[in-house]
Ligand binder design. Structure first.
Ligand SMILES: [Zn+2]
Length: 320
């Protein structure tokens, strides 16, 4: 996306480009945004926990990994298995890439090299705009998804994979996703439910399957279900019990490596469980694929989309 297509994250006005910063053209706003290492930092500080100064000097980045850590992450088997990744990637490609289409897609949270949707954002016919809160290869803009720096309706699709749990205001983020999608545009979301804290201070929320569905009440449901099931959640729970005995970074790293070696196989039970209603009630994570609607659905209607196995707390009485 050309820099002229970015907008002020507060007022959505156009931006003037200067050598080391961008400036909102709206006279009543006139916010300034730094450009660091060639990447614009389009954050509205009044709505974010991040500051422009976080990106000056040595800007925010993901922690460096040692060679041992990189080796372990690459070669030790994972505790997690996304049982729906391939089907969901095919579904999104079918929705966004009918014959001759060249969709523009926003990937919030940047490019996970092994993410469920990597085949989509690497597709030659797709223009993928990657936004993130840290520098990484392929990031086009630093932005907080609670105030996206784009005009209304400019994207055909939005990917928000493993992001919402890290947002202080996930409802506000989904409102922004809805705003920047064109009418009838598509969203793919994946977010955890039964998983321990995994990003230190930047980990705020968990969503049951129905809570995840409700976040996207401005969308028609196309697919919704278990991405990683209760067996993977069990693997992480065992690891968490063991991690509670560890305190140093080195001992935590050792426990994680040992857990992966001993308990990686548990996740494969999800291949048997993922489609069962009970799996939805204790899933490690769930996905949602939806089509943007002009008006939100009512909470009353959304309750009927519960697909788990637990009896309802309230039932209609047969007595007069
Ligand atoms: Zn502005």
């Amino acid at each position: 996306m050309d820099v002229t297509a970015f907008r002020c994250p507060r007022c959505h006005g156009p931006l003037n480009s200067h050598t080391e910063h961008l400036e909102c053209e709206t006279a009543s706003c006139a916010l300034l945004f730094p450009v660091v290492r060639g990447v614009p930092v389009l954050i509205d500080e009044s709505k974010s926990v991040f500051r422009h100064s976080d990106y000056a000097g040595d800007p925010l980045a993901k922690p460096e990994q040692s060679a041992v850590q990189r080796f372990a992450l690459r070669w030790l088997p994972s505790l997690d298995l996304n049982v729906a990744a391939k089907l969901n990637a095919n579904m999104m490609q079918a929705l966004l890439l009918p014959d001759g289409a060249q969709p523009r897609i926003l990937n919030i949270g940047s490019k996970h090299p092994n993410g469920a949707m990597s085949s989509l954002y690497d597709h030659p016919e797709v223009e993928c705009v990657a936004c993130d809160l840290v520098y990484a290869d392929g990031v086009d803009v630093i932005a907080d998804p609670v105030s996206l720096p784009f005009s209304d309706g400019v994207f055909d699709g939005v990917l928000v994979d493993a992001v919402l749990e890290h947002c202080i205001d996930p409802e506000g983020v989904v409102q922004e996703v809805h705003r920047v999608l064109r009418p009838g545009g598509y969203v793919y979301s994946d977010t955890p439910f039964m998983i321990p804290v995994h990003a230190g201070a930047y980990d705020f929320c968990r969503f049951s399957a129905l809570a995840h569905r409700r976040l996207f009440n401005g969308f028609r449901q196309i697919e919704h279900g278990v991405s990683s099931g209760p067996a993977a959640a069990l693997g992480y729970s065992i690891q968490s019990v063991l991690l509670a005995f560890a305190s140093s970074r080195r001992s935590r790293f050792a426990v994680k490596g040992m857990s992966r070696l001993l308990f990686f196989w548990i996740k494969y039970l999800d291949l048997l469980l993922a489609k069962r209603p009970g799996a939805l009630d204790a899933a490690l994570g769930t996905y949602f694929i939806g089509e943007r609607l002009p008006q939100p659905l009512s909470d009353h209607d959304l309750l009927s989309s519960y697909g788990g196995a637990v009896p309802n707390l309230y039932v209609r009485s047969d007595r007069d």
